[in-house]
Design a protein around this ligand. Structure first.
Ligand code: FEO
Ligand code: CA
Ligand code: CA
Ligand code: CA
Length: 596
């Protein structure tokens, strides 16, 4: 057997069955466990916050102090003196739902046909994005409680001042009418998954930021790779949320008469990793441009023997790539302040998965491998703002929507979810290949790789498919829907996380009411043994939700996960209250380790 690998830990629970009922509106967890709603959209966070209103009438000023919507990636930061009983829970709020407003969003049309939004609604949506930091503690009965008020509790929103750092900071790429320095950004957007550093900071990832911008000048848009390659709206189209109708910085149409052409560069100020220290409520979040700009799903760390840090990320769009950033300097446990600069210098790589099971990390460095002046890359900032276009030139492998990356704590093997890709084998720029082997891929797959020498900073690796998700292999199942799962079936893996013992936890995100998913039940949390590849279903969520965000106490005895955008009335589950994205706390009734 493999020397770097220890035997996989026991997965001791009994599988939970699929939930097929259309009105299924609860969370069901394996027998012997308890799963309770813990923190929902609208719950008070910052001192002065008022209670959530079930009629959607909370104002934007109230929303600013309450939990946002669409809880996604999160992490638990323990206090050193009681690490399993007291800590900060940091939770991303990815985007907003129609439930934010009393009767859904209001859309009207101007005389020239443009969509318009009320300013108060837009402001409320902006305040429901970002991050919550909440202090939490176990009480005398052992129950987890949210501490309110707390000096640590904090909301980051679309209006929180943040700082750009690294090679792109202060360049022409990021100067706007409001910020001629190119150093100060307001807010963070579409915060999907995350990362956590050994030096005590949280990494917020900016995923589908392109949905918030429009460049009305189609000719300019066509020529501007940094807009077009990301699918920013253009022409007569509005952005998905139509914020530009009342907030001009989301209109990225160039205005040559204005300083820095207005807001044409505003979209370049999103798509980054944002780092902040949750224990410092006044810390200004830092957007780390050295890591590149794309629709970043996650930022998963792996520490090398020499102290350098590798950060793995997926670009979750059909046919996009997997990246790794390696810091130039080493992490120094005794130098906490030095570590705060680590992410500003390093090398960004993109993955090529060769057909023979080998793989290469291709450096995205100006002047190398075609990233030259001749091809329009004059500086490293040009490469980082246009990460996708640079990766195209290097010949990276287009993947089936890379979502989360997880690193085995014992073997340091790396796992990634490729959630699904209905364009695979259909669009000519996404041909079938060994790593993305199914045409019109509805169910996704999980890949794993081993870096050469088990060194996270290596530039070569070997990879294999860990499993193909999908239905049980049988003649009536279409070929492209057949999975290779040993155990409980699932579709569209998204969240992926190793617990400290080495259990691999898998979270799903598929459209549970739609074909071809109607027989796959509601979304789920599953647990896999990486030696035997056996998969067991641990928890199922209510109809309409995605299961995401996974973190635990250091002893593994408390687990938190997120129920994102439930469809019916969860967590009230009374058939009438509007649904709320919710963090759920899971414990084992006998007080044991989750999954054991
Ligand atoms: Fe926000 Fe790719 O999930
Ligand atoms: Ca995701
Ligand atoms: Ca997803
Ligand atoms: Ca989602």
């Amino acid at each position: 057997s493999n020397p770097g690998r220890r035997a996989s830990p026991v997965i001791g629970f009994q599988s939970v069955p699929l939930q097929l009922a259309e009105d299924f509106d609860r969370v069901v967890v394996a027998e012997g466990y308890e799963a309770k709603p813990f923190f929902s959209w609208g719950d008070p966070v910052v001192d002065g916050a008022v209670a959530w209103r079930a009629d959607g009438q909370n104002t934007w000023q109230e929303q600013q102090l309450q939990a946002g919507q669409n809880h996604d990636g999160m992490a638990f930061f323990p206090f050193a003196d009681a690490p399993n009983d007291h800590g900060l829970l940091v939770i991303n709020h990815e985007y907003t739902n129609d439930t934010l407003h009393p009767q859904g969003p209001t859309l009207t049309r101007s005389a020239d046909g443009r969509l318009l939004r009320p300013a108060d609604e837009v402001r409320k949506e902006q305040m429901a994005h970002g991050v919550s930091v909440i202090e939490i503690r176990r009480d005398a009965r052992g129950e987890w409680q949210r501490i309110f008020p707390s000096r640590y509790n904090r909301r980051l929103t679309m209006h929180t001042p943040m700082q750009l750092t690294g090679p792109v900071a202060g360049t022409e790429w990021v100067k706007t009418r409001d910020d001629p320095t190119g150093l100060q950004v307001l807010g963070t957007l579409n915060n999907c998954s995350m990362g956590k550093t050994p030096w005590g900071t949280y990494l917020v990832c900016e995923e589908n930021w392109h949905n918030y911008f429009v460049n009305r000048n189609t000719q300019d848009w066509q020529a501007r790779t940094s807009h077009r390659r990301h699918g920013i709206a253009t022409g007569a189209h509005s952005s998905k949320y139509c914020w530009e109708s009342v907030d001009p910085r989301f209109d990225a149409t160039p205005h040559p008469d204005e300083p820095h052409q207005g807001y044409v560069n505003e979209p370049h100020r999103f798509g980054w990793v944002v780092e902040f220290d949750p224990f410092d409520p006044l810390a200004i979040p830092q957007k780390r441009t050295a890591l590149g700009r794309y629709a970043r799903e996650c930022a998963t760390l792996s520490l090398a023997q020499d102290g350098r840090v590798a950060i793995y990320s997926g670009d979750d769009t059909r046919g996009e790539y997997i990246y790794k950033f390696v810091t130039e300097a080493a992490y120094q446990p005794a130098q906490p302040l030095t570590n705060r600069q680590l992410l500003d210098n390093g090398t960004l790589y993109v993955a090529r998965f060769n057909e023979d099971g080998s793989g290469d990390w291709l450096p995205l460095v100006q002047g190398q491998g075609g990233l030259t002046v001749r091809n329009g890359f004059f500086t490293q900032a040009d490469v980082l703002v246009n990460t996708r276009a640079a990766a195209d030139i290097l010949g990276a492998t287009p993947m089936d929507r890379p979502e989360w990356v997880a690193v085995d704590p014992h073997s340091r093997e790396v796992y990634v979810t490729l959630t699904n890709n209905i364009e695979r084998g259909i669009k000519t720029d996404q041909p079938l290949n060994a790593a993305n082997p199914r045409c019109e891929n509805h169910h996704g797959q999980i890949l794993r790789w081993r870096e050469q020498g088990d060194n996270p900073t290596a530039i070569q690796f070997t990879w294999e498919i860990f499993l193909l998700a999908g239905k049980t292999d049988s003649p009536e199942v279409p070929h492209n829907e057949r999975g290779t799962i040993i155990g409980d079936v699932f579709s569209s893996p998204d969240g992926l996380w190793f617990d400290a013992d080495g259990r691999l936890w898998i979270e799903t995100d598929f459209d549970d009411g739609e074909e071809p998913y109607t027989r796959m039940g509601t979304n789920q949390l599953l647990c896999a043994n990486t030696d035997t590849r056996e998969v067991k279903r641990f928890l199922v969520g209510p109809r309409g939700c995605e299961i995401t965000g996974l973190t635990a106490t250091p002893d593994g005895k408390t687990l938190w996960l997120n129920i994102q955008h439930p469809g019916l009335s969860y967590p009230a589950s009374d058939g009438k209250t509007r649904p709320r994205s919710t963090t759920v706390v899971v414990t084992k009734r006998d007080g044991g380790v989750i999954g054991s």
